[in-house]
Structure formats: structure tokens, C-alpha cells
Design a protein around this ligand. Structure first.
Ligand code: DGY
Length: 343
């Protein structure tokens, strides 16, 4: 047995990934699975102690992952975002990185639409009133807000996207059913124009009249509902700042289901308080989960905030966990990683 155990390759898993994914890992007799035993974010000291000597590492976006130990071959993150992973260090050491795109696209697009509706329709404030026993008497304009769906003869509404990847496109597909006909988006300025994508979207959604790539100012100015769906990290930090928010329409709604760092929370609180925009729906917040409980955003009536639940459906989380396990196994067994990030 001692001979066997020395031949087993250690993999470190920073959080219990649920029965499906854990079973997949444990079915591999040649792996020794070292699992953070507690039901809370794994201590950094535990990771630093256990990663040396391992061949693979599975983390969540709550852990900062920089490779350590000469035998490490793969880092697999159970997230589509990867700003918590030190990409240059991985690349330099020839490590592979797995992530979990696609499986969460629909769940996050659903919550994006939910937050757009909540923000425009005063849902957060309405829920608060009900919880406080202050159901407001019905009156012609009580708790009214701008309508996202288009009624016959109502002016066309434009939906905007800051970042136009999988989740943004899935969000757009949902909004087409709300009668949205115009879409503007910005994407990485260095990337080539997405002409083929634009025409395929127009083909797929015959009622959509326009999908246009624009600059940041234009996306701020033209959007009735603006979705922030770009990656986190230094290059996108506070891309939605005071200057950006001041250009937005007074009746517009901002939704962030990407990373808190993209939106300057202080500027957004000011924008809501001074009514530069109508409302905001946030699934993510700068500094989460340790946010300032006294931050003015938390009490802005037209700001709906939920605690990073975009991908939180049972199906999606199982899909992400299983994909994270498969990515790790693919790299270790020399078969394909189903979702590898090109470093
Ligand atoms: C991710 O996957 O990056 C999310 O933020 C958690 O679903």
C-alpha cells in the first residue's frame, strides 16, 4: 500500500465541489484528492501548505491562484472568470488553465434580465416596503418606472453591452422577446470588428434591426439598459466611472453581472442619488463579500443588489463543478481538457 500511495498524484481541491464532481475525481485511483475540509472559503495558508507536491489544483474565484511547486501541471478554476489566476506565472511555467465557460451562460443571462427588471421596476424598494409592513396603497403612478419591453407605438429602446461575449449575446436573445430592436456594444478595442457575429445575430433574431459596435461614450449615451459583461481585472477597473455615468440617459438602467471592480461604487451611488440614471441592478460589488455595510449604494431605493448569484442554479453549479473536474482530469490524463484557456 505504501508503494501505491507514493505513486498516486496529489490534487488539491479548495472546496467541496459536490457529489458528482468529487466522485469523478475519486474514481481515478491514481489520484490522491486533498480537499479543504471546511464549508467556508479556504484559508490561503492551507493552500500554500498543500499545493507543493501536487500535480493539479482546483480553485474557485474566491482564491488567488498562483502556481507553486515544480510538479504542478494544471490549475482548474470553477468559474468563467479568471482574474484571480496569475496568468503570466502559469504561462511562464508551462501550466495549463481550465475554466468553466458556456455551462453558466444561461443562468447568468437570466439574472441579468432579472436585475434589469428589478432596477427599472422598483422591485428592491417594493420588497423592502412589504417587509417593513408598509404595503403602499395603489395609486396611478406609485412605484412606476421605465418599461423595458416595448409596447406598440412606444419609442424603440436600445440595449447596450459593455463586453459582448457569450453571456451578453444570451442576454440580448432574451431581450429580443421583450421587443428590443436595437443593440449597441463595446468590446476590447484591440479586437477585430465582429461583423460575422453581428450578421449572424441579425439572422437569428429577425425582429432585431441593428447590432452596432460603438465606443464607450456612445454605449453610455445610447443605452436604455446597459449590461456590464466584460472580464474583471486591472484593465477594466472602474470602466464605469463618474464620467461614464454622467453620459448615460436619465431614464436608463445599469446592470452589472460581471465583476464589482468594473463599476466605481461611489460614483454609482452619486449617480443614483443625483438621478443621472434611473436605477441599477448589481450581482457583484467592489470588495465583496466584505463590503462596507454603510455604503450609500446599499440604501439607494432604486438599486437592486443580490450577492453574486448569477450562476447559482443547481444545474449550472453541478455543470461548472463537473467541468472543473473534467478539465483537471483531462490535463492530468493527457486527454483533452474540455475548456482550456489559451494562455
Ligand atoms: C464566474 O464563474 O466567474 C462567476 O462569477 C461565478 O459563477
Amino acid at each position: 500500500a505504501s508503494h501505491l500511495s507514493t505513486a498516486r498524484r496529489k490534487v488539491v481541491v479548495s472546496r467541496d465541489l459536490g457529489p458528482d464532481a468529487m466522485q469523478l475525481l475519486r474514481d481515478n485511483a491514481n489520484l490522491e484528492v486533498v480537499l479543504w475540509p471546511e464549508d467556508r472559503v479556504c484559508d490561503r495558508s492551507w493552500l500554500l501548505e498543500n499545493v507543493p507536491g501536487s500535480t493539479g489544483l482546483i480553485v474557485l474565484f474566491t482564491e488567488k491562484a498562483s502556481p507553486s511547486g515544480p510538479g504542478l501541471k494544471v490549475v482548474s478554476t470553477m468559474s468563467v472568470g479568471y482574474e484571480h489566476v496569475n496568468l503570466p506565472a502559469l504561462h511562464k511555467r508551462g501550466l495549463r488553465l481550465g475554466f468553466t465557460p458556456d455551462v453558466l451562460t444561461d443562468a447568468v443571462a437570466d439574472v441579468s434580465v432579472m436585475l434589469a427588471l428589478m432596477a427599472s421596476r422598483n422591485a428592491a424598494y417594493g420588497v423592502t416596503l412589504v417587509h417593513q409592513g408598509q404595503w403602499p396603497p395603489f395609486a396611478p403612478f406609485t412605484l412606476c418606472g421605465p418599461q423595458i419591453s416595448t409596447m406598440q407605438d412606444s419609442p424603440t429602446r436600445t440595449v447596450g453591452f459593455l463586453g459582448f461575449g457569450r453571456i451578453a449575446q444570451a442576454t440580448l436573445a432574451r431581450l429580443v422577446a421583450f421587443g428590443i430592436t436595437h443593440c449597441v456594444y463595446t468590446s476590447n478595442p484591440g479586437s477585430p470588428p465582429k461583423l460575422a457575429l453581428e450578421s449572424s445575430l441579425l439572422e437569428r433574431h429577425p425582429t432585431l434591426r441593428e447590432v452596432r459596435r460603438v465606443d464607450l461614450d456612445t454605449v453610455a449615451r445610447e443605452s436604455d439598459v446597459l449590461f456590464v459583461l466584460a472580464p474583471g481585472g486591472e484593465s477594466t477597473k472602474h470602466i464605469v466611472n463618474e464620467g461614464f455615468l454622467r453620459k448615460m440617459k436619465k431614464s436608463s438602467v445599469l446592470v452589472n453581472t460581471a465583476r464589482g471592480t468594473l463599476v466605481d461604487s461611489d460614483a454609482l451611488a452619486k449617480a443614483l442619488r443625483e438621478e443621472w440614471i434611473w436605477g441599477a441592478g448589481l450581482d457583484v460589488l467592489e470588495g465583496e463579500p466584505c463590503i462596507d455595510v454603510n455604503h450609500p449604494l446599499l440604501t439607494e431605493p432604486r438599486c437592486a443588489i443580490v450577492p453574486h448569484i448569477g450562476s447559482a442554479t443547481f444545474d449550472t453549479r453541478v455543470g461548472m463543478a463537473v467541468l472543473a473536474a473534467r478539465n483537471l482530469l483531462g490535463a492530468l490524463n493527457g486527454t483533452q481538457m474540455p475548456a482550456e484557456l489559451d494562455l
